[in-house]
Each structure stands twice: as structure tokens, then as C-alpha cells.
Design a protein around this ligand. Structure first.
Ligand SMILES: C[S@@+](CC[C@H](N)C(=O)[O-])C[C@H]1O[C@@H](n2cnc3c(N)ncnc32)[C@H](O)[C@@H]1O
Length: 286
């Protein structure tokens, strides 16, 4: 059997390493699948391929270019392929400074068409430092060049598989609250926010030009409380931090610790396995 589709991006906090554990912790049954903070969508891709795929999938993120890229893969893959193969051929043919120049020339562009935006998004993700996504206050991508020897910028086989899967997926760029509120009783919502920082230096919360601070964590908890009242199944990933433990334990949620691989840490010594929390509300609903 051919291999399953995998995320087409590297993404800080990506859930590939623990997707099988998350799959084991899905509710026994649910209607539609919602993932309003999708990033590279490791769990979403697992569910759509491994769990009954007949349900509807509602996918969102606050990152406009990210959601636009998913839509281009879904609706306009052949045009995207032309750009990606051109970028890959050029980049791989260059050496050292020329690669760097090419990277910064693409980074400084402000493309207007959705296909060009998607091609630039994937190219920068594959060639920037650690595959990070970070923008400055003006919303301009500012991660430096990554110096990988042979990055796979154009993975045609994987993109073909993803495009087929995305045909039945609904996408929306919006804040987590707006997209979560679309879920109805018996639907399932998976939430994977920027984590509550374990230490001052460990924080990586700049996926967007706005920080995801304690106020945002609290607002997210209120969204989850509302979903629980509506009988919507929720699974939340977050860091194993006393603030998170206190907030969710006090409201009767179920907490468990899982070990995840921290693949995008810029600090080599902090790579390896870290504890994180999986928080669910199913017992409050059934
Ligand atoms: C930890 S990442 C998700 C990683 C994903 N589970 C994966 O496997 O790749 C968090 C995501 O939340 C998104 N995000 C941050 N603030 C948000 C908000 N207020 N509403 C919706 N999405 C948000 C970020 O753009 C980012 O893609």
C-alpha cells in the first residue's frame, strides 16, 4: 500500500510525533471534525486517513497565508506545482551565497496572487531556519535563511495525496473562537494553541504578529467551557505547566501527560522528549 500523506510543512509544535497517542484518545464516536488552530495539521491528516473519513472536516487558523495555501493545494495544485518545481530547481542548483540571495529575494517579495503566495509560503518554510514561522509587528515574515543541504521544496507525490484529501474539507481563516463556535453537539474540536511557556526562554508564541499570552489562554479556556456546555467533545494540547493544570483541573477536565518529541527547538540541547498535556472533556458530556 502506498504511504499516507504527511504534513506538507514543518511547523513549530507540530503533532506528528504524538498523533498516534492523540488518535487513541479521540472520543469513541463523534460527528464532524474541527481543528481551528491547524498549523501543519498532523492530527487532522491522521484522522482523515485513518479514522472514518465520511464526516465533514472544518479546518481553520488565524494565519491567512497558511489557510490560503491549503486552499491552493485543494483547488489549484497544477499552477502551484509549476512555481514549486521552478523554485526547487533554482535553489538546489545554487551554492552558498547565491542560495542565500535567492532566499532573501523571495522573502522580500509581496506576491499578489494566491498561487504565488502559496508557492512563497512553502518555499520559505522549507528553506528558512528550522522551518519556523515568525512575523514582525508589520506582519512581514522575518525568519533567516536555514542552510539545509538538500531541502525537499517540491514534494509532488505528497501534495497530490493531500489535494485529494482536501476535496471534502472546509477552510476558514479566523480566530479560534469564531471557528470553534461553528461546532454543534456531538462534534469534535481539537485545539493545539501556542503553548503556555514553561520558562521565559522556552517561549515560542509568535506564529502571528500578536502574542498568545495568558489572556489568550484564558479566553481559550472560556471557549472550551462554552463548547462543553454545548456537548461538543474537545481535546486540548498544552504545556505541562502549573497554570494550565490549575485552570483545567479546577473545572473538572481530564488531564494526562504524554511525551512528545520537540523537533523544532532552536536549542539543540533542549531537543528530545518533553512532557505535554492532553486535556479532554468527554466524561463531562457522556
Ligand atoms: C502549535 S501550532 C499548531 C500545530 C499543529 N497542531 C500541527 O500539527 O502542525 C498553533 C497554531 O495556532 C495558530 N493560532 C495562533 N493564534 C491563533 C488564534 N487566535 N486563532 C486561531 N489560530 C491561532 C497558529 O497560527 C499556529 O498555526
Amino acid at each position: 500500500m502506498s504511504e499516507l500523506a504527511k504534513p506538507f510543512l514543518k511547523w513549530a509544535g507540530g503533532k506528528s510525533s504524538i498523533a498516534p497517542i492523540l488518535i487513541d484518545n479521540l472520543p469513541n464516536q463523534f460527528n464532524n471534525y474541527f481543528e481551528p488552530m491547524v498549523g501543519a495539521g498532523a492530527l487532522f491528516l491522521n484522522v482523515i486517513q485513518n479514522v472514518d473519513g465520511h464526516r465533514k472536516f472544518f479546518i481553520g487558523d488565524i494565519n491567512k497565508d497558511l489557510i490560503s495555501t491549503y486552499k491552493v493545494i485543494k483547488n489549484n495544485l497544477s499552477a502551484l506545482k509549476i512555481y514549486l518545481s521552478k523554485y526547487e530547481n533554482k535553489y538546489l542548483a545554487y551554492k552558498n551565497e547565491d542560495r542565500e540571495k535567492f532566499f532573501y529575494s523571495i522573502r522580500s517579495q509581496e506576491p499578489k496572487t494566491v498561487v504565488e503566495i502559496a508557492a512563497r509560503f512553502i518555499f520559505l518554510n522549507k528553506t528558512c531556519f528550522n522551518g519556523l514561522y515568525r512575523v514582525n509587528r508589520k506582519g512581514h515574515f522575518n525568519v533567516p535563511h536555514g542552510k539545509y543541504v538538500s531541502p525537499k521544496i517540491f514534494d509532488e507525490n505528497n501534495l497530490n495525496k493531500i489535494a485529494i484529501l482536501l476535496k471534502k474539507v472546509h477552510f476558514n481563516t479566523a480566530d479560534v473562537k469564531t471557528n470553534s463556535q461553528l461546532a454543534q453537539s456531538n462534534d469534535f474540536v481539537y485545539l493545539d494553541p501556542p503553548f503556555y511557556p514553561i520558562s521565559k526562554t522556552a517561549s515560542f508564541t509568535s506564529y502571528t504578529s500578536k502574542k498568545f499570552g495568558e489572556g489568550e489562554q484564558l479566553k481559550l479556556k472560556l471557549v472550551i467551557d462554552e463548547l462543553t456546555k454545548k456537548q461538543v467533545y474537545v481535546m486540548l494540547s498544552n504545556s505541562d505547566h502549573p497554570w494550565i493544570i490549575g485552570a483545567y483541573q479546577a473545572s473538572g477536565y481530564k488531564l494526562q501527560i504524554v511525551k512528545a518529541r520537540r523537533s523544532l527547538s532552536s536549542n539543540v540541547s533542549s531537543r528530545g522528549k518533553v512532557n505535554e498535556l492532553v486535556i479532554t472533556n468527554y466524561h463531562l458530556i457522556d
